[in-house]
Design a protein around this ligand. Structure first.
Ligand code: UT7
Length: 331
């Protein structure tokens, strides 16, 4: 019995950080950001007392209200994030507490921008083998908490957001196939250098700004363009799916040029690609489910979706998903 997504609910903070705002903060232009990345604005969680778990909990509470599932009937919560509230306890734990999921166990999964796909694949195992009936995957990141807003090469790229999906067994729709990869050789190109056991927080690490995101953009860009496109094609080919068979490509939203390269490799027309990077920027683990959330009303049971991601690690992968419900189900 495949594990199917049976409900989606997102949470986006209200405050917007536009390209015009960034023009006043660093040496950049709206034109540079739009043409190099496709981003126009992002959402920022400004309240300093709120963290990733608060956004995740809002998404889970809304998911329960929407689906009719009682929070105490959630069996497992897996939270994909690179911005946990703290190193421990896990953000999944805190989300469960804040959302009233009193009977759930769970854990965090760290796979950067591929986190949602890695968590989806992991969660599907529990659903498929029957050890979890109602399993929730949350992709959530407060990227603004690890951004240096004086570094123009990274601060224009990221935004905050969260999205939760409910996974349950279905008789024929759900996750049909997936291919995930990691390569630690890419680790140094995109990381947060300090704050872990290698470089614990110290005056030196703070002075050196090592608690912010570090990215060497070009090697990451090159690896992303090749790998996200190749793995999407690989999964389509293995399942004998042509561009006509696929209803939607759901790519991680890091850069419009990377999305376009994946679209070209899969042969899908532009109209079949979910793109909301202009509104939210790169919300890391939340980008793919937030696309599903934004496009939910247009999806139909049986639609073939290809989900694809590339991110820090390096990590990358694609999931072939047969969508399980009609868009008007929750209208
Ligand atoms: O989701 C996780 C995975 N991450 C990614 O997939 C991101 C991958 N990388 C990228 O998307 C791109 O590499 C960036 C958007 C980060 C950068 O775009 P690029 O086309 O690779 O630009 P670049 O790094 O080659 O920089 C070109 C120029 C440089 O100036 P010079 O050396 O040519 O004078 C940069 O200093 O653009 C400059 N630049 C900027 N100019 C205005 C870099 N950032 C900015 C900026 N505004 N914000």
């Amino acid at each position: 019995m495949p594990a199917a997504i049976t409900c989606v609910s997102g949470f986006l903070p209200e405050d917007k950080l536009t390209n015009a705002d960034l023009e006043k903060m660093v040496d950049t232009t709206d034109e540079w950001i739009r043409t190099r990345t496709g981003i126009e604005e992002r959402r920022i969680l400004k309240d300093p007392t709120k963290a990733t778990s608060d956004m995740g909990a809002e998404a889970v509470k809304a998911l329960c209200a929407k689906s009719g599932l009682a929070p105490e009937d959630i069996d497992i919560i897996i939270c994909a994030t690179v911005t946990p509230d703290m190193l421990f306890p896990s953000t999944a734990n805190l989300i469960g507490h804040k959302a009233g999921a009193t009977k759930a166990w769970g854990f965090d999964l760290s796979a950067a921008c591929s986190g949602f796909l890695f968590a989806l694949k992991t969660a599907a195992q529990f659903v498929e083998n029957g050890s979890g009936k109602n399993v929730v995957v949350v992709g959530a990141d407060k990227m603004s908490s690890i951004i240096d807003y004086t570094d123009r090469t990274t601060c224009v790229l990221f935004g905050d957001g969260a999205c939760a999906v409910l996974l349950q067994q279905d008789d024929e729709c759900g996750i049909m196939d997936s291919q995930l990869y990691s390569d630690g050789a890419g680790g140094d190109f995109l990381c947060m250098p300090a704050g872990g056991s290698l470089r614990p927080a110290s005056h030196d690490t703070v002075d050196a700004k090592q608690h912010f995101i570090y990215q060497d953009g070009q090697p990451v860009f090159k690896a992303a363009v090749t790998n996200m496109a190749d793995v999407s094609f690989e999964v389509m080919e293995r399942n004998q799916l042509t561009a006509d068979d696929v209803a939607w490509l759901v790519p991680h939203q890091a850069n419009l040029r990377i999305i376009d390269a994946t679209q070209r490799r899969t042969g899908l027309p532009h109209e079949k690609v979910m793109i909301n990077i202009q509104k939210y920027g790169n919300t890391t683990a939340a980008t793919i489910p937030l696309c599903l959330y934004d496009w939910e009303s247009q999806l139909k049971r049986g639609d073939n979706l290809i989900l694809a991601a590339f991110g820090g690690g390096f990590t990358w992968g694609a999931v072939y998903l047969k969508w399980a419900y009609d868009g008007n189900k929750y209208a």
